[in-house]
Structures are given as C-alpha cells and as structure tokens.
Ligand binder design. Sequence first.
Ligand SMILES: [Zn+2]
Length: 408
Amino acid sequence: MSNSMKAYERFLDYISFDTQSDSASETFPSTAKQLKLASHLEAELKAMGIEAELDGNGYVYGRIPASQGCENKKGFALIAHMDTALEVSGENVRARIVDYKGGDIILNEELGIVTRLSDFPELAESIGEHLIVTDGTTLLGADDKAGIAEIMTMAERLMTDNSLPHPEIIIVFTPDEEIGNGVDRINMENIPVPFGYTVDGGAVGRLEYETFNASEAIVRVHGVSVHPGSAKNKMKNAILIAMEYAALLPQHEIPFCTEKREGFYHLGEFEGTVENAVLSYLLRDHDYEKLREKEEMMKNAASFINMKYGDNTIELSIRKMYRNMGEEVRKHPEIIKAAYDAMEELGISVITEPIRGGTDGCRLSFMGLPCPNLCTGGYNAHSRHEYVSVESLEKCTEILIKLAEKLA
Ligand SMILES: [Zn+2]
C-alpha cells in the first residue's frame, strides 16, 4: 500500500475485506478470512518501516519506536479489532460517500432501505460532512475498521514526520472481538508498556473508561412430570416454577426500564418442559456492590423457591464475566487526562459517559494494561445503517497524534 494515504482511503481499503467472526466456530481466529486483513496490515506496517508481526493466532503487533528525545517516556498501546459483528453481513461492502446536507439518506432505492433522520436524530450532528454509508445490504465495518484506519494513518504520519514527538507506541490488531474472544490469545509479552487505549468507540469526543460489571446467572429448575390426569399433589411443573422465580426479581430493573448508571437483570433465554426449565440471566451494574446485591437477590429468590418446593428444585450458578474497568483506570488518572487534554486542545468537547456494556479494555485493564476507549467517529455499529464521516476519520487520527504528543 502506498504511503501518504488519507484515513478515509485506508478505511475504504480495509472494509473491502470481509472479516466477520463466527461464534459457532471452534478455530482461532474463528474465521480464516480475518487473516487476510491481518496479513495486509502486517505488510502495510512493514512498508512504513515499522517492526510488525502477524502471530499464529491472528494478532498483528507493531512497534513504533519513541521519537528522538522521548526514549525515556512511558510508551503506550493502541488497540483495535479486525473482525465485524455477526448481526449483519460484512461481505462485499459497497460503500458510497454522501455529501450530507441533512434529511434522510436513501441507502438503496430498489430495496427501499433508508436511514431516516427521525430514527437516527444524531445524523444532524454530521450535517456538512461527507458520510461513508453502505448500500443497505451489509454493515459498513466502521466498528472497528475506522479505528484501524486511524491508527494506521497516525502511524504513517509519525514515521514520516520527525517533528511529531511521541513515546514508544505498540499497535495491536485483534481478531474475534465481536464474539468476546478478542483478548483470549493476546500475548502480553508483545505489549511491554504500562497502559493503552482501545480505539473502538463512537462519535468524535467520546472518551469511555467506565463499563458495566457483569455476571451471568443460570437458573435450572428441576420439576417432576406426571400424567396431568393423575398429577394431583405429585407434579412439579418446572415451567411454572421458573415463571414464579422470574416474578420474584425486581420487575423494573430490566434493560427496557433502565439507562445511564442503572443496572439490570436481563432474562436472555428461557427454555422449559414440565421436567426441566432453564432461565439465563445477564446481570449488569456499573457499581460492583450493586452487582453483588443483584447476585444476592438471585440467591435469595432461589432459597425461597427451594423452601417452598423442596431442596434442589432450583440450582443457581453465577459466573463473573467482566469488571468495570473504571476501578483500574482510575488508579492512573494521567491516562484519562492525556486523552482529555488531546481532544480539548483540538477544540473537541469531550463526552465521558459510562458504557452500558463491556469492551476488550475491561479484560485488558484487569490483566494489567489499563485501557480506556477512544472514539472512532462511527455511528450505528452492527447495522446496515452504520456510517462514519471522512472528516471524523481525520479528526480521530489527529486525536491519536495529539495524544502521542501529550504522552511524549
Ligand atoms: Zn467494536
């Protein structure tokens, strides 16, 4: 790939690779097609004069040495993921650039697919920009190829312009983030720096360093099946007991009724027969104590049912999934401050809101690499209505360059 490409040109190149991951796969990475983009990125980094390696697990690592005079500064990592989401295909993305003046965007006349301003009011933030959109048959892949394009464009600029001060920067491109395995085989030895940033966020100015604390709770109900005609005082209907269990939990602490820093119990799956029923819950809260309270509530509800219907009617298992990275990141306020200052200096107003989900940064933060999440400029991730503007790709690249300078 030739040098001096603009961020949006790189972006258009990367989205031509179909890199959808697959949660049903047993291989790592989950799909071999991700490796095509991985080796393309490895070659591109090398062509810039950057030490780079695509390892056997599909991770790409690159290392930009510190600029002259910054050798003693702490280095940092920039991390983005190569795969795209499962919800919508990422094959044969036909992107188009729209000079956006407001109103609805017709993605596909023939299929009647329209990105409506009434459905996506935040479109108004992008009036006057050049939006890269799909033809409505695929997602765009800004999540997270926008992040990759911004990191690559930054890398190329740092490598060609000696006037830009920066410490050592480790670049990491991961596979399989969308199926929750992006960190599974990451090699921390290749990331010998004290902190990093995932570049996997939304609108320009977003800086995220708080996530949910997350647990998963599986409720197994054991019933007793008897012919319904002669079931009196014998049958224990697992389905009914499961419904009773669900009704014991706080009825308004569910995704439909919660926002901002409010946690929830999310019943995500329910299967049942008279003999056996299984309820699968996701428990979420930004506050770890409150997550523990939710776990306690689940346990108390199980004890109540067991008292009523007999021991072992309900078997409850709770598994911790991830923790709020804020706990770790707050120990290093300078990481947030550098990102904050970089954006402010570029005239961008910073928005920090807790993420109602998790990121790869959560796990990395608890693996010793505190990792807030930076904006990419992308909107409507995982959707055929996904878009990112040429201008935001450039802006986010500038944020990365400024951030490197702040840390130099
Ligand atoms: Zn992402």
